[in-house]
Design a protein around this ligand. Structure first.
Ligand SMILES: [Zn+2]
Ligand SMILES: [Zn+2]
Length: 408
């Protein structure tokens, strides 16, 4: 149970502290804060001093504990406001870095006098500065997930801002082959820039990531970005239909209240016949995990060619026998460097034949997420079983592959 301020033990402790140390009313009151939580610390200090009959007023500047630090609260609020000027945010949280000596003295007091109802000086500073900022800005303190964390170094009067990333969800279509999903650094210089990459540092001039991120960074005045796709298609594969989900993370954005319709239009206008984005909306960190782990079924359209003319009945039979089956795929050579070498089971839901013309055919395949479609066609030297090549009786190759739909 909480004692009252005039409890015998409390009075004795208060007296002992006052006799030993010169501390200001604010610091004095703070040591017993929880007994009278609703009152300002300074008032608690004043009342206690009356009760113990020691009425020597200590100016905060002469306070053994805080050296007048608490008198600077307004100043800290003012410099915080200044540093926040160019940022959009709804919620914030204040943190402070305090002189080690003050913290050590506080700890000593608490331990020596076995104080149980104290509030830390850090807590008081954070709270009081937070209240001033809430009022001046008409914005709210958020302890769990603030847009901006304001860290005040009270010794040097400097402010550090930790800005929460801005997350934007959307879907992209890739209308042209040859564009990688993400930035692909030059293999030789690893991004520095060399003769072979024409000093761009990159293997490809553009990527889906950059085409979407560049205008977004400009609009949000962000510093950096990170692109998270729900899987990826190969560089030579188009992504059509309803598009592929992604979350773009903008780091250190100054503007977070941007018009997503305007952004959407801007991206699409700039990239006609390359990419198209849609369904843009604000998102959060959590959605990255969701889109990364979700197993989306996919529908592909694949143009294949064979060593011989296709026989319609035979190809139909091959397609039919794969339908509803689970195939086994050993990690293809082309991705072996990036993936563990294991057998993976993948389900083929549907295969239909769209057209057959001599040595060429077009198939529509619906399969489990993670199916290597190219290998399903070629058989990858027996590493994918069964395959169209195997069932058909002669080698088949992929001419063109498009993702037609990502199902949810
Ligand atoms: Zn003090
Ligand atoms: Zn290079």
């Amino acid at each position: 149970m909480k004692p009252k301020l005039n409890n015998k033990n409390i009075i004795k402790t208060a007296k002992d502290i006052c006799e030993k140390y010169k501390i200001c009313d604010n610091c004095f009151g703070r040591l017993f804060k929880e007994i009278e939580y609703g009152k300002p610390n300074e008032q608690i200090g004043k009342e206690l001093r009356k009760k113990i009959n020691i009425s020597n007023k200590i100016h905060p500047k002469d306070c053994w504990l805080c050296f007048g630090l608490l008198e600077e609260i307004n100043k800290f609020a003012v410099i915080s406001l200044k540093s926040l000027k160019n940022y959009d945010f709804d919620t914030f949280l204040v943190g402070t870095i305090i002189d080690e000596e003050i913290l050590f003295k506080e700890k000593t007091l608490i331990e020596n006098f076995k104080l149980k109802f104290f509030e830390s000086i850090k807590n008081e500073l954070n709270r009081e500065i937070g209240i001033i900022l809430e009022n001046k800005l008409s914005k709210k303190v958020d302890f769990n997930n603030p847009n901006i964390m304001i860290i005040i170094d009270t010794q040097f009067n400097t402010i550090y801002l930790q800005i929460k990333s801005l997350y934007i969800y959307g879907r992209y279509k890739k209308l042209k082959r040859g564009i990688p999903q993400t930035k692909w650094f030059c293999r030789i210089c690893r991004g520095i820039g060399c003769k072979s990459c024409n000093y761009s540092g990159k293997m490809y001039t553009n990527s889906i990531e950059e085409l979407i991120a560049k205008p977004t960074l400009k609009m949000t005045k962000g510093e950096d970005e990170s692109f998270h796709g729900a899987g990826r298609e190969d560089i030579d594969v188009k992504m059509l239909g309803n598009g592929r989900p992604f979350v773009l993370e903008i780091k250190n954005p100054k503007k977070r209240e941007i018009d997503l319709n305007e952004l959407n239009e801007m991206i699409n206008k700039k990239n006609i016949k390359k990419i198209k984005v849609m369904n843009l909306r604000f998102s959060d960190k959590n959605e990255i995990k969701i889109i990364k782990s979700k197993n989306f079924k996919k529908i592909y359209r694949v143009e294949i060619s064979g060593d011989k003319n296709f026989d319609i009945e035979k190809l139909k039979k091959a397609a039919l026998s794969l339908q509803g089956k689970i195939i086994s795929q050993y990690t293809p050579t082309r991705v072996a460097r990036r993936r563990a070498n294991i057998y993976r089971d993948r389900k083929i839901y549907k295969i239909s034949i769209e057209s057959i013309e001599k040595k060429e055919a077009t198939l529509k395949i619906e399969s489990q997420s993670g199916t290597y479609i190219k290998e399903l066609i070629t058989g990858d030297d027996g590493k994918t079983k069964p395959s169209i090549s195997g069932l058909n009786g002669f080698p088949c190759y992929v001419k063109k592959l498009d993702v037609m739909r990502i199902k949810e």
